[in-house]
Design a binder for this molecule. Structure first.
Ligand code: MTE
Length: 335
């Protein structure tokens, strides 16, 4: 099986409340015949799926195959508590400090939304807000997220394979890369109005993948986490998640995916090319010029600065699935 989670990063802490509630909720919903519609019991962040779908479509946001990636099944590690996943964020459009995105994004409007797929494709398409939840098979995947700043989380995402979207768009033979773009809306995104708040970035935020990376089954377009639609601070209504790469590749609130011939410019690479490469594969052997990447602080039950230090794994532990994409490449040069 290509998509899996591994257990070598599991932490010793006792299961925390959020997680316990999450599992109990899932068990109950499973018994009721719903799967993953955790929003039924509502939490602190994200809209209920029932805000989007009528009651006669309760399973629309989670398809049957969600079970395959269920933590109750093959995952023994500790999830990062939901409260931390939604309050410790990097989303510079809403401020460059970790607490700001949750505070400054709450009025963010995600409906209506349009995600445009364009460029070197036979089938250009536009996905409206509701299409994001209904055009592809949704499933749950528990992935580790490793930030280039050397902290990490374990997050239960909901989403669909980017590969499914690529197949639907039918790339032409010229399509070699995908160029992703975040919404540019300074009225709604204060970090785009103020260079100080927005970390000096020239917006819109841009990212890119090689087409074979985009086709790898691990690459996920996420529309939810912890059984709910994405809260704004985590990239509502749709974001990329590429778990073998540093978190900055996982671009949020995506409005455009363009298939292109040449490697596209990317935000952090434009900002500091010697620190942030296009590939940005998690690599403990290649340090950031200003700090080591050999280990990471896993954010679990302790405070943000609790010392849950663990060794960082090549490709964030997903080497079996993705190392082949880079065979023959010098990963020190293409960092
Ligand atoms: N996407 C946009 N548009 N703007 C951002 O500032 N930050 C990136 C990435 N995607 C960012 C973004 C970084 S640096 C990280 S580590 C992850 O989002 C963080 O995702 P999270 O807040 O859901 O943990």
């Amino acid at each position: 099986m290509l998509i899996k989670t591994t257990t070598h990063s599991s932490c010793k802490e006792h299961q925390i409340t959020d997680e316990k509630v999450y599992f109990e909720r899932r068990d109950m919903l499973k018994k009721m015949g719903f799967f993953g519609a955790g929003a039924l019991l509502s939490g602190t962040a994200g809209a209920s799926v029932f805000d989007i779908f009528s009651d006669d479509q309760p399973t629309a946001i989670f398809k049957q195959n969600a079970l395959k990636y269920s933590p109750a099944g093959d995952y023994n590690g500790t999830l990062t508590p939901e409260a931390k996943v939604v309050s410790h964020n990097n989303f510079y459009e809403f401020g460059a400090q970790k607490h700001q995105p949750a505070e400054l994004s709450q009025g963010f409007k995600v409906n209506p939304w349009q995600l445009k797929i364009s460029g070197e494709v036979e089938n250009p398409l536009t996905l409206d807000h509701d299409d994001l939840y209904s055009s592809f098979d949704l499933e749950e995947r528990i992935y580790r997220l490793r930030c280039v700043e050397a902290w990490s989380m374990v997050v239960p995402w909901i989403g669909f394979s980017l590969a499914d979207l690529v197949k639907k768009a039918k790339p032409t033979s010229k399509a070699k890369y995908l160029a992703f773009e975040t919404l540019h809306d300074p009225q709604q995104m204060p970090g785009q109005r103020s260079r100080r708040l927005g970390g000096g970035i020239d917006y819109p935020y841009l990212e890119g993948l090689r087409i074979d990376e985009a086709m790898n089954p691990l690459a996920l377009m996420s529309v939810g986490l912890y059984g709910k639609t994405l809260p704004p601070q985590n990239g509502a209504p749709i974001r990329l998640v590429v778990p073998w790469k540093y978190g900055f590749k996982s671009i949020k609130s995506v409005v455009g995916i363009k298939f292109v011939e040449k490697q596209p410019p990317t935000t952090w690479n434009i900002l500091a090319a010697n620190e942030y490469g296009f590939y940005a594969n998690v690599n403990p052997a290649v340090d950031h010029p200003r700090w080591s990447q050999a280990s990471e602080r896993r954010i679990t039950t302790g405070g943000i600065f609790a010392q849950n230090r663990i060794a960082t794994l090549p490709f964030n532990g997903y080497g079996e699935e993705v190392a082949g994409l880079y065979s023959g490449m010098n990963l020190r040069k293409y960092y």
